[in-house]
Write a protein that binds this ligand. Sequence first.
Ligand code: ATP
Length: 500
Amino acid sequence: MPKWSKEVLIGFVPVLLIFLAFLGINIVPVIVAGAMVGALLVITHMRGGIAVNAGAEKKRKKNGPARLTFEEIGGQDNAKQELREALDFLIRHEEISKFGIRPLKGILLTGPPGTGKTLMAKAAAHYTNSVFVAASGSEFVEMYVGVGAGRIRDLFKDARNRAVKESKESAIIFIDEIDVIGGKREGGQQREYDQTLNQLLTEMDGIYNSETPRILLIAATNRKEMLDPALLRPGRFDRHIQVDMPDKKGRRSILELHAKNKPLHPDVILDKVAEEAYGFSGAQLESVMNEAAIYMMRDNLTQVEDRHLAMAIDKVMMGEKTDRETNQEEKKRVAIHELGHAIMAELLRPGSVSQVTLTPRGQALGYVRHNPQQDQYLYTKDYLEEQIMIALGGAAAEEMHYGGRSTGSRGDFDQALGIVEMMMKSGLTSLGIAKLEMVTTEELMKENSKILDELMERTRSLLENKRNVFEYSLDILMKEEVLSGEQFRCQFRDSVLLPA
Ligand code: ATP
């Protein structure tokens, strides 16, 4: 039964009874019968609840004994080190209690999705020889007040029972998406959420070092700023470990881990793949290796080759190829647009174009894959301006060849506007060092247009000087549909020989 129909029924029945009583009909037998049906429903619901809990338990048990080790997690060296150190508190509990150190109750893992937070929690259970019980914040969200709190109680009880049953001294409870139940309490409306969070706090306060099995709560979130301060205060989640996106070395080691059970062609250089998969999370890298193996099978081959990996990176980055048929004129416009991006990239950052393609994927009709030579965390004003010019290259190229733009530049403009905003917030514009709220919309608009108009002008004049690259590469790109970075650079060089 849909949840809303329950509420309608609850509202409708009393109204009907009052109406019947008003008409002089004896409603006592109806009430008695209703009470009996209600009692029956409650009993069945409780059984159902138990069944649901049993289902949840089954799901948790599916996690099975935690056999995953820290060695099976690629990269994340700092996070692993910090976590191991924190876990030593659980292992060396006798020593720490001798010194009067209070037990560690909660560890919070924060970081973007797919970076290995769940893996870390599992490895933690293995490292400490604990039972591993996992749940997700969303499992505790219910419409009915008290149900979520009850589930939290069950989770802790379940962890203790399992530890006793499996003769383990400790249990690790992992709650993913803790922000769903641990968000800031604003008061008023959210009674169910409050009760669930209160129950979690109560359970955490009830964790003592002296009791066996010892309980350690590990929670994960990618929105730490949303969490209620009560959760973050000392004595609760007082160890915060950042699980970041992997750098190039991390990406390489994650790829290595996921390539272990896959036959790689000897020519494949994982270092290069790690470089091209810039900005990918562990989960995306796992997907790259998996998709590459699928492409290999489709080709009826027995070894994963470079091109399979390149296709897999495209798929993970941009989405699956689409069947969208573009007509010749549209295809030509897309080719000119993409060449605009590629030429700007090659001019401003020689060697950075990794691939130019006209294959429609996800939302894009074509795209240029860039190849950052190294991971970067700080950006100068010059770098950001270059980035904007590369983004504007597509629209500028369309203007040059067609006298106007198309809707194909929407995403590029979003990117350019995002970078301008970052520049403003970082004090890299003539607005100086200011919060955006201090500036009027007119001033922001003026500064925004000034920056983008000037960079668009520079982009146009750089592309004008490279008209012959367009002429030289257009037909080849239209025919081949995909150009590797090397092929494109050859054309870039050869086109210089064309008469201007
Ligand atoms: P979410 O925040 O979405 O819950 P998460 O950070 O918990 O994500 P995991 O569930 O641990 O991410 O990772 C998902 C999958 O991605 C793993 O099963 C694994 O295949 C792969 N993966 C992620 N990070 C790593 C890593 N550091 N080493 C090896 N594999 C990884």
